[in-house]
Write a protein that binds this ligand. Structure first.
Ligand code: ADP
Length: 432
């Protein structure tokens, strides 16, 4: 067991931002959460933590790797004493006929000696619902939602019973809305009936928060549940009802934030471009643009960015360093340098700037871009994140201890399309 551990929920998330999204919902439900990046190699302090979320990169990697990493995470979470386990994947059930949802769920069930789990991808407030086992994104079936064109895992079938049946040798069942509306006890009886028939995986309908509450109640004694982050918000109430979890008044409370305010943006998603423009409108001299083509010419542009940031920070004003650019500029850079090289140059430059500026006193850091966040977090050597207040849906402030800083670093990691237009300015107001 880790130091001071009283872990109620242990989650295994198949990607980084998905882990944060789940943690954010658990905090909102009333649990104190720690996100760990990969399976910890050292002892982790779990004092005053109710839920731990292990962030893996197992969504699109080879099946064997996803299974091995998930089992390692499970083993670690069991050592911490987690009472219930949660396998978190995307609310659009991102997977292929090879996996990784089915094979990982099968491996986890086997390792736990469990006979059955539920699959609850729905996230109703984000428009992801499941009816008669069919996944909808807004008013479209999954295979008509744009997800059918996803570069890594095109989702061409909305019937999740059928989708999952291609990923597991075991029978897949359904708990539909007609069952849920009869309440948690009836749902539980339905699951037991299916288990008696040898059904290991049960796809669950859910149209709204109430369905998720019923499912959380019906499954609280299962060793393993699986799903999207929507279910996460319904779980804490059930843990309290079981007496596993106390009432925590401010589960997202962090230490006071201090130090300079820096935004690093490597995301070129539409929402981020609007956030960059909004920041520049509010702070006309507050931003410095990095250009991958200039970054190839030695370290000069990076030095300029650094000097720019130091000046702003010495005046105690927030600063934005960004490579975010419209499609035309991105295409031009990608044509000249290659997609991977252009991306790597930007990620490397932003990571180095993060390391230097944090060393020099930045204490409130906001990073835009999923890949960019991954690069910055790893350059800073961050392995754990305490989850704080939500800034916008899916994006909380977090805090972490890093070597060389005696107070925690406040960090917000925003993937592409998250956040309102004033995110880069409002985020810092939330901290005050
Ligand atoms: P998002 O979450 O919006 O997808 P990511 O950080 O995951 O953002 O991905 C954006 C990618 O684009 C990163 O690899 C980043 O380095 C790269 N990139 C950022 N700016 C540029 C640019 N001006 N030209 C080419 N590539 C860029």
């Amino acid at each position: 067991m880790g130091m001071g551990a009283n872990i109620v929920l242990g989650a295994i998330a198949d990607d980084f931002t998905g882990a944060t999204d789940l943690a954010n919902n658990l905090v909102r439900g009333g649990m104190r959460c720690l996100q760990v990046i990969g399976v910890p190699q050292q002892e982790v302090d779990l004092t005053d933590i109710d839920a731990v979320i292990v962030a893996l990169k197992s969504r699109s990697c080879p099946v064997d790797e996803a299974v091995a990493d998930s089992l390692a995470a499970l083993e670690w979470l069991r050592q911490q004493g987690a009472r219930q386990l949660f396998f978190k994947y995307c609310s659009t059930f991102d997977s292929t006929d090879q996996g990784n949802i089915g094979p990982v769920a099968d491996a986890l069930l086997e390792a736990l000696g469990a006979h059955q789990t539920v699959m609850v991808p729905a996230f109703p407030i984000n428009g992801r619902t499941v009816y008669q086992g069919h996944l909808f994104v807004g008013d479209r079936l999954l295979n008509d939602s744009g997800m059918q064109h996803h570069p890594l895992n095109p989702m061409q079938d909305a019937d999740l019973v059928r989708v999952l049946s291609r990923q597991t040798p075991h029978p897949v069942g359904l708990a539909n809305r007609a069952v849920l509306v009869q309440g948690a006890e009836a749902t539980c009886a339905h699951l037991t009936m299916l288990a008696d028939q040898g059904v290991r995986h049960v796809i669950c309908d859910s149209l709204d928060e109430q369905d998720l509450e019923i499912l959380a109640e019906a499954t609280v004694s299962l060793p393993l549940v699986t799903g999207g982050s929507g279910l996460g918000q319904a779980l804490p109430a059930q843990y309290r009802a079981q007496g596993w979890l106390g009432t925590i008044s401010e589960p997202g409370r962090l230490s006071p934030a201090s130090g300079g305010a820096l935004v690093l943006s490597g995301s070129c998603s539409r929402a981020t471009l609007a956030q960059v423009a909004d920041f520049l409108a509010q702070h006309p001299d507050g931003g410095f643009a990095l250009d991958p083509l200039a970054l190839t010419e030695g370290g000069q542009q990076q030095e300029q960015a650094l000097a720019f940031a130091r000046k702003r920070l010495s005046q105690e004003t927030p600063v934005l360093l960004y490579a975010s650019a419209d499609t035309e500029k991105v295409n031009a850079a990608q044509q000249a340098l290659g997609v991977a090289h252009a991306g790597a140059l930007v990620e490397e430059a932003l990571s180095q700037l993060a390391v230097k500026l944090v060393e020099e006193g930045v204490g409130r850091l906001l990073v835009a871009g999923g890949e960019t966040s991954g690069a910055v977090v790893s350059a800073l050597g961050i392995t754990t994140l305490r989850i704080g207040e939500q800034i916008d849906p899916g994006v909380p402030w977090t805090q972490t201890l890093i070597t060389g800083r005696d107070v925690p670093l406040s960090l917000a990691l925003k993937s592409g399309n998250f956040g309102g237009v004033d995110f880069f300015t409002r985020a810092f107001e939330v901290l005050e």
